[in-house]
Write a protein that binds this ligand. Structure first.
Ligand code: 0A1
Ligand code: ZN
Length: 853
């Protein structure tokens, strides 16, 4: 790589040094003003006994801060008494105990990065994870420095609601035009959990009664126009509180618990102590405006943020390399909550599907990193599906290996031992190990080795000896260095079925070496094996099931995941076979679908999932060289055949499941999806769009109209826009239709850019447009270089506004190594061009550099 690029910098885990001081009683007085907000922060600093004078501290800051004055023990410092070193404020102190006061100003109106304090719809919000506090004032902006906060907010009365973390202590008039509120958070916390909100918001409220009878006041705040869409999230919060008490014995520790909806937000939501902030896309839900999937999502995100109160807030991370300590664990807790609240099998399947469609390719690609990495170019870039979803799978591995009881014991020990502290994934492992001495010593390798292990399985049945041999072999090659890695403990849940479908045995075996063979005796006839039930480990299973075996499993498996997986495997086996014609493929898959029409009446929601083909991305990942055009061609053949052959069955399902129930909508809309392939049935799409009273039905009808390019498409698109133009999240969905628009052209892109709703400042809109276009694999393959160039230009423009959002839009470029030539060479040149952009951010540069390495 040429050396004309900006300076490369890496942060290493091994550089970690524990703080040599303690901080107490952080008092913040924040006088809010859109362009000149004043921050006055005062704290007690006490150096450890082992320190010697002179004592040096480095406070994090940023270009956003304008320093007014510093006081040490009430004595103003002369500018000659402090120095700035690369955005750090360095103070040399002579005493072990000090009271430090710093006053500075910031300009929230110019904060387009949305990190620190910023404006959204003329209200004040904050977002500090991971390192946003340094955009507010000079302080120790690292997760292992924790203190208690008392925050006084002063603002004009046109911002009637003033919120911060913890409990409200006092509020009142400050002047004729201004008022104030004081919030105190009794729990020690790091800066990234600090938050404020100020604005003209409305709220709804409820109460949660804790097991000891004490109430917690719950509120959801939102803009006046959105407040009627908040009841579902308030109910979800109550459910999450109850669930955490029942499942893990964890009780809410604050008297006030507030959720706030905000339009402009970098992530989905944020777990600030007692003041969770939510992207409006993750909190607002009514049947008229949100699909059933979005309802499920809201419930999950509200649960997730609440569960952080213990896993993240009471016990935080020592450093950001250990981010998965809180994120993997909290995603796992969220998954367990949802599996109990919703269908017991569906969430697991959706999670596995997500993991394999996004995390697996990511972990095999150029951005692959260990769940706990040793070095990173930018902290913001650790917020990946590896940290979150693979991290959650690792927590699940503990539970699978140790059983629920062993896991719960280890978890309770972790909570008890580390409450109030900043911990690491090793600490979590140690807590588990202390309660479960049999836990494998090799377990932590799951945190340190990147890549997805391959589990190769083979069986041999000896009819004379009535013996079945199962050999299991694991291998993991580092995706970047290609070196063979150490074997990790891989729990394999399996079952043996008779040919008639009876379960002969169900067990779990944990493979800890590279290779091992299991022998089963007294097996009277050739059995059918089902491996990796419940997706018991995040691995790629390589086992050659026969079509007959897969059919047995589709019919008789009792494990939701394994039943679904058998059908997936059948589709893959057929679609990727070298011998079959497309017609034969279609017939074989249709045969497998046939019995499911009956099953739909037993479990419609699960059946809908069985009848759903995986995303293109999943199949593309399985191809040696990605060929979306041929994949689409094959898919269309198969889908049209299934639509035609079962036309009557689809129509029956469509009409039988017209009642107002989430499960019915799921199966009805799958039926409509297949019917949409048949021109004579396409009137059902427009009919459903016109008569639907809920967003699920409207949204599916609109999608099918676009995917099938039906004549009424344009009128529907126009109608939707007119109806919902005031609902930003609904318009995001409208823009997002481009994700699977097979007719996307460079001219369409011009129209989008010139549309009044095109807005790069709002992360949701940027993602809805640029992200969706980047996921349109068909258009990327068909248009090629000009589309990649368009995406690159957009990313660079967005980078100057908000680098966190920009860096998350680069997914299409991560597939570089899999692109055919000359496209690969041309896209490499585009990436090189982006890296030379004069003001490229660290976040974006770091990602692009890794793609080219
Ligand atoms: N901790 C939040 C989400 C979050 C993600 C990324 C961030 O900055 C790059 C900040 C917050 C959660 O897990 O809900
Ligand atoms: Zn989280």
């Amino acid at each position: 790589m040429p050396f004309s690029y900006k300076n490369d910098h890496q942060i290493y885990r091994s550089d970690y040094q524990a703080p040599h001081f303690k901080v107490h009683n952080y008092e913040l007085t924040i006088t809010l003003d859109p362009t000149q907000t004043q921050i006055a922060g005062k704290f007690e600093l006490q150096f450890n006994d082992t320190c010697q004078a002179p004592f040096e501290i480095k406070l994090h800051g940023s270009n956003e801060l304008v320093l007014t004055q510093i006081f040490i023990d009430e004595k103003p410092l002369d500018p000659s008494e402090y120095i700035f070193d690369n955005n750090h404020l360095v103070l040399i102190l002579s005493q072990k105990n000090n009271v430090i006061e710093i006053i500075n100003t910031i300009d929230p109106s110019s904060n387009t990065a949305l990190s620190g304090i910023y404006l959204s719809n003329e209200m004040f919000f904050s977002d500090c994870e991971p390192q946003g506090f340094r955009n507010i004032t000079y302080f120790f902006d690292r997760p292992d420095v924790m203190t208690n906060y008392r925050v006084k907010l002063i603002a004009d009365k046109k911002y009637p609601v003033l919120l911060s973390n913890g409990n409200l202590i006092e509020e009142g008039e400050y002047s004729q035009t201004a008022h104030y509120a004081i919030w105190e958070d009794p729990f020690f916390k790091p800066t990234y959990l600090f938050a404020i909100v100020a604005g003209d918001l409305e709220y709804i409220e409820d109460t949660h009664i804790r097991p000891d009878g004490k109430p917690v006041r719950l509120r959801v705040y939102a803009d006046k126009k959105d407040i009627h869409r908040c009841q579902f999230s308030l109910d979800s919060l109550k459910k999450a509180m109850k669930w955490d008490e029942e499942r893990f014995n964890l009780v809410c520790d604050l008297d006030y618990y507030n959720l706030v909806a905000v339009d402009d937000f970098n992530s989905g939501a944020m777990e600030n102590k007692g003041l969770n902030l939510f992207n409006t896309s993750c909190i607002l839900a009514t049947p008229e405006t949100a699909t059933d999937n979005e309802f499920n999502f809201v419930e999950a995100v509200v649960g997730h943020e609440y569960f952080h109160n213990w896993t993240g807030n009471r016990i935080t991370c020592q450093d950001w390399f250990n981010l998965s300590l809180k994120e993997g664990l909290t995603v796992f807790r969220e998954q367990e909550f949802i599996s109990q609240e919703q269908h017991p099998g569906i969430r697991r399947i959706e999670d596995v599907n997500f993991l394999r469609t996004y995390q697996f390719p990511y972990d095999q690609g150029p951005l692959s990193h260990a769940v706990r990495p040793d070095a990173v170019g930018s902290i913001e870039n650790i917020y990946t599906t590896t940290t979150y979803e693979k991290g959650a799978e690792i927590i699940r591995l503990y539970q699978t290996i140790l059983g629920k009881e062993g896991f719960d014991k280890g978890f309770q020990r972790y909570i008890k031992e580390f409450d109030g502290m900043a911990a690491t994934v090793d600490d979590f492992y140690q807590a588990m190990k202390s309660e479960n001495p049999r836990l494998f010593d090799s377990f932590p390798l799951w945190y340190s080795q990147r890549g997805t292990p391959i589990l190769k399985a083979a069986t041999h049945y000896d009819a004379d000896k009535k013996e079945l041999r199962l050999s299991l072999k694991q291998s993991l090659y580092d995706p970047i260095s290609k070196a063979l890695q150490n074997p990790m403990p891989i729990p394999v849940k399996y079952a043996l079925f008779s040919q008639k479908g009876e379960i002969l045995l169900e067990e779990t075996f944990t493979l800890t070496t590279h290779e091992q063979c299991l022998v089963f005796h007294n097996i009277e006839e050739l059995p059918v094996i089902s491996l990796l039930r419940d997706f018991s480990a995040p691995v790629v299973l390589d086992y050659d099931y026969s079509l007959a075996e897969l059919k047995t499993l589709i019919a008789y498996e009792t494990d939701y995941f394994a039943k679904w997986e058998a059908l997936q495997n059948l589709v893959i086996k057929v679609v990727f076979s070298q011998e079959l014609s497309k017609t034969q493929m279609a017939h074989l898959i249709a045969d497998a679908f046939e019995p499911l029409f009956e099953f739909a009446y037993q479990d419609p929601a699960f059946c809908a999932l069985l009848l759903t083909f995986a995303d293109d991305g999943y199949y593309l990942g399985l191809m040696e060289t990605e060929n979306i055009l041929s994949l689409r061609h094959t898919r269309e053949k198969i889908e049209t055949h299934i639509a035609t052959r079962f036309k009557e069955e689809w129509l029956k399902l469509y009409h039988d499941f017209q009642d107002d129930h989430v499960d019915s909508r799921a199966i009805k809309n799958i039926a409509l999806q297949f019917l949409s392939f048949l021109p004579e049935c396409q009137a059902l799409i427009t009919e459903q769009y016109k008569t639907a009273t809920n967003m699920t039905d409207i949204s599916w009808a609109l999608k099918y109209a676009v995917w099938q390019d039906i004549p009424q498409k344009e009128a529907m698109i126009q109608d939707y826009y007119e109806k919902y133009q005031d609902y930003s999240t609904l318009i995001d969905r409208w823009f997002g239709l481009q994700e699977r628009n097979p007719h996307l052209t460079m001219e369409t892109l011009d129209k989008i850019v010139n549309h009044p709703g095109f807005n790069r400042q709002n992360p949701n809109r940027a993602r809805a447009i640029v992200g969706a276009i980047g996921r349109n694999r068909y258009a990327l393959a068909k248009i090629g270089t000009p589309l990649y160039q368009w995406i690159a230009n957009e990313i660079l423009i967005i980078d100057a506004i908000n680098s966190v959002t920009a860096a998350r839009l680069i997914t299409p470029f991560t597939k570089l190594a899999r692109l055919p030539n000359p496209l690969q060479t041309e896209v490499t040149a585009i990436i090189n061009g982006m890296m030379k952009a004069p003001n490229i951010s660290n976040n974006l540069f770091d990602q692009l550099k890794r793609i080219l390495q």
